[in-house]
Design a protein around this ligand. Sequence first.
Ligand code: PMP
Length: 307
Amino acid sequence: MKESTYIWKNGKLIPWNEATTHILSHTLHYGNAVFEGTRAYMTKKGLAIFRLEEHTQRLLNSAKILMIKCPYTKDELKQAHIDLLKANIDNYKTNVYIRPIIYLGYGAMGVYHLNSPVETAIASWEWGAYLGDEAIEKGIRVKISSFVRNNIKSTMGKAKAAANYLNSQMAKHEAITSGFEEALLLDDNGFVAEGSGECFFIVRDGVLITPPYDNTLESITQKTTLEIARDMGIPIEQRRITRDEVYIADEAFFTGTAAEITPICEVDFRVIGEGKRGKITKQLQDEFFKIVMGEHSKYTHYLTYIS
Ligand code: PMP
């Protein structure tokens, strides 16, 4: 990975290599941490964070769900993102990924977590297309996972929690090792839930379809994509999708802060549509990239410029 100069930790900017943690940090053993994945785009007017407000709110929501008491307010966290990017600005020529994390540090062992100190950190670094530059244009090959998405009776998918990603990690590993680029996970009733780190959409007969939020993270890119589609007059259905419906979709794509809008050309050896980026996918992608790059006047309020 590309290193930057500073990391923000507990209210201070510290050198990248000094942002370490003790081996007996509670989170390292028991998996309770909440984090975000946020992007800043290098626009014509400089670096701008996309939907900082929504990402910071979701970070605090995740902490609330998991009983982690964040010592910082939303405004303080937002300012910390800005301070960090300003301090690191000389490192950046292109788009940046931002990773705030609230975790439990060193001081108490055992499963009970409220005696551990809460640590807050934010890192940022230059990061291009998550699934590769080619993927944005050509699409990726996807495998429906043998792993069922975390069950809502046991885990809490509305929290972007470190522990939830063990399920994602195993699904991703299985997909890559089997020769695919990404996994698509079904819920415990067999309906499509989400990707290992993305939300999922299909297009059938001109209608954009995405699963309800039951088993998924409340995705910010999914929300943006639905807003764009509404603006463009594309009919939307938010409903359950079965595996066989995916196979016969005209188009399919993933959305996520890291994945942006990534077309899917094949699922389980079935070619989707014409096996390349579909027409509606391209239209949504074009609008999306205009928005994040500050080139769409209706959506400039989603950008926080670092100047
Ligand atoms: N689902 C999961 C499991 C994810 O990790 C992500 C990435 N944060 C998403 C969906 C997409 O969410 P967002 O668009 O807010 O990045």
